[in-house]
Design a protein around this ligand. Sequence first.
Ligand code: GAP
Length: 459
Amino acid sequence: MVTSLAKRRGFIYPGSEIYGGLANTYDYGPLGVELLRNIKNAWWDHFVTKRSDIYGLESSILMNPKVWEASGHVASFAEVMIDCKNCQLRTRADHLIEDYFSEKGQEKKVEGFPPEKLGGLLKENKIPCPNCKKFNWTKPRLFNNLFETSIGIISGEKSKAYLRGEIAQGMFVNFKNILDSISPKLPFGLAQSGAAFRNEITKGKLTFRTLQFNLSEFEYFFDPEIKNWEKQYDYWKEEMWKWTTNILGLSERNLRWRTHTDEERSHYSKKTEDIDYKYPWGFKELYGLAYRTDFDLKNHMEKSGVDLRYTDPETGKKFIPHVVEPTFGMDRSLLAMLFDAYTEEADGNKRRVILKLKKDFAPYKIAVFPLLANKPDLVKKARELFDKLRTAIPSVAWDDRGNIGKRYFAQDEIGTPWCVTVDFQTLENDTITIRDRDTTEQVRVSISELESWFEEKLK
Ligand code: GAP
């Protein structure tokens, strides 16, 4: 349902569709891009602008390849793949096994298991190919998720580079620049929002697992001798939950915390927990929280030869800070919001689809209609109102297609919280009706009070 609505109403389109698509790529349409921007802006506002201890950064997607060697991604950012010898389906062995058990109603976590162990599980359970149903797999083998590219234009002189696999490295390699330019005092955070790239081979569901995705995350640096890492970790765990439930407004019954197993935990982390969301295909990762210790700064200091230690301004103590990292996938946030908001209600003998998005995230806040599109007086008055509202309130839509009932249905489906209708009474006494998306109740308000009415509601 959400998949078809997302495409039909301009939220998410398959990437390069007129050429048959490109697996695991998607584009955002006019409504999707507004929703995505609202999520990204809310994240930045909440974690950066409104805090005095977190600073923003925007680092380059392309970095010196030595960054990825030092970070351990060249050696350890690997997954296990297998191919079906019958139909040539290529997939990640861990996902295949997890999906197989999930369809049987069992939750099994095998991410991070070595190739031999995954091969053993495939054999033991005779797990067939989900595409051709045959059991005829190649041996599981490792592949690196980093997206390779090359710099230079003359073949033979090109040098290998990587599209960043995570945005965190931008924060670590700029750590000295930050200390030298703005002299922050520990504890402090460095935040960034931007695109990350991974060579994913398992076909994702909508934007759940894509080759390019939008990530927002921060590294929170602290002195481990002064701040207990568990306390820092628990503080951010609570803050992440608050963001997910209070700010995004996702329903708690669709959320849970899950601790990574030793096998799946990333090479840089001492402890990782995910907030999982209950997608239609089961509980899967939405966000992650990791205690990365001093792993990254220590390795960059060793490999670059540059001193990345922090000097305590009071005691003069020099040390490498430790870091806790809350990470937030923006595409998964959008997806979870769509699933959470999607509601169907009976309306007489019709079915009303309502996207009950939180009003501050809705792509359009208000839609303005003339009651009838063929009455010039009504259209003129409605246009004037539309132009006036647009300058005061962001994201106001105009709709004069079909009849009023159809317009309400169309706006409900894209989550517009309020519809304003200019009717014959408007021409007499300058009042309009405002109809509420969730209750369908209508109130009559004077045009002179309209802006303050909405400003109050959008507070
Ligand atoms: N710096 C830590 C880091 O990158 P991660 O768990 O590998 O951690 C962070 O990724 C978040 O990015 C995940 O919690 C998820 O929301 C999102 N994510 C990861 N891979 C993705 C993909 N292929 N497509 C869409 N979102 C993805």
